[in-house]
Write a protein that binds this ligand. Sequence first.
Ligand code: M6R
Length: 569
Amino acid sequence: MCGICGYIGKNNGIDEVVQGLNILEYRGYDSCGIAYLENKKLKTIKTVGGVNNLSNLSKSMSANIVIGHTRWATHGGVNERNAHPHISSSKKLAMVHNGIIENYKELKEQLDVNFCSETDSEVFLNLIDSEEGSLVEKVIKASKKVQGTFAVIVLAENGEVVLGKRESPLYLSNMNGEIFIASDVLALKGEYFYSLNDDEFVSIKDFKILFYNKNGEIIYKKQEKIEKNEVLPEIFYKTHMESEIYETKNVLLKTLKEYKCEDIFSNIKLPKNFRSISLIACGTAYHASLMGAEYFKEIGYDARAYLASEFRYGRELLNKNTLYIFVSQSGETADTIASAKMVKSHKLYTLALTNTPNSLLNRICKNVLPTFAGREIAVASTKAYTCQIWSLYLFSLYLAGKKLPSEKKFANFPFTTFDETYIKEIASYKKVFFIGRDLDYITAMEASLKLKEISYINCFAIASGELKHGTLALIDEDAVVIAICTQEKIKTKLISNLEEIKARGGKVIVVSQFDDFKDFSCVKLSKFDELFMPIVSVIPMQFLALRICEFFGYNPDKPRNLAKSVTVE
Ligand code: M6R
């Protein structure tokens, strides 16, 4: 969940790395730092807070070999001591690290070192420094002793740089003698890049790049082309989140067009005569999976969505007649990756539904179904969510042998924001509940996640039918209930729930395309096909979260305690 960056070349590496960290900042923004060589001595600049601070501190400085890091704290508080890069106790090595060293406590006890930080990374670095051999040999030897995940760049005082990775992504590009290293292709320069596999290592000395396997043998690696969409998206509104919500219509249309003109679906290898589909994901992608499962049930499949963080330990009977779909915007989420690896180890049918070409999940799964939402930078997932639902819906049409809808339908794509007059009012409530039935319950879950994620309001989602089984006890004049109703068949039952809430002093706001809620405050949706309404109705809910976040003066793109890619378990 951190970002790492490196530069080796003739230009000012400090500027290059700070620029790279700026791009990677969405992955972690607690603290950041760089290490570089000055008169053959390793120097660091570290700071708490964003890359802006680092940029100010490093202004007018220059170095040709630089490594940098933007941190999302795991081990140890947010302070300069725990910020990366770390320097080994011999002062000969500096290192940046993404991932988690699970056995760092045992290793720490074995090392005779005065540690400066509370991090697992500093332990890994000193372990490397304690090994014998060349720098790459030291890194390989130490990597065999650590349990957990890592992507590291190690810089030695003689200017040699070594990289290594396990589970955490790491890439490099070589553009006319300038070498760029990053944990995300987005921060690389050039047209081609190398992607490291697990337990592969690289040594860079005097601009010569050598790749190694875990046995220390030199290996040959092919370069891959950097996809055109691997650029930082422009912002047309105040924040990435707002821009991304407004992109919804375009990305749905793009996904539809791409699915129509390429044989994306027919290239997917499916189990013979399968009737069962399992979807596995985390967070918002899990909500999209719940929705997808409903679409697959609709066409007669036995479908179920699982939280990846539970599925991987679960006792689900894995079977060869099931299609396992792993849904992930980033394609890097640790629990989703672990689940995919587990299913793959049984040689079963896996499909990655991701928004990131070249992602780890894509490499693990047998099949890939891309979403074409474009880069999503805001931590709160919006356009990627609607695109995931859309892709699963279109895939369900394909499985059912139906034609994909016409692009013309999108000319009237209904786009509703949340009525601004309610924003201040909702923000004043101590308790916020989202309710719905059937597909609307899934939207309620997503709305609640979005609101708590960026506004820090304690809220939760309940299936309307469950209110009377406990939660109704919490309803009083301090509670606001936002009810979603887009399905004809649940209208009447929902109205009874709303009356019960009103009778207990709770404020009710209904989000619906129906005219049946005249007795309540209402956010009116435009009418569209019912199965498509989860996309139409989640947009005002995304706006609700965004506007409340802005009302409180928070930054929606960088919510506290969170980061875009959850690469730790
Ligand atoms: O990259 P992924 O789709 O695998 O990420 C899964 C979740 O971490 C993610 O959806 C998270 O819940 C979002 N920040 C919610 O807005």
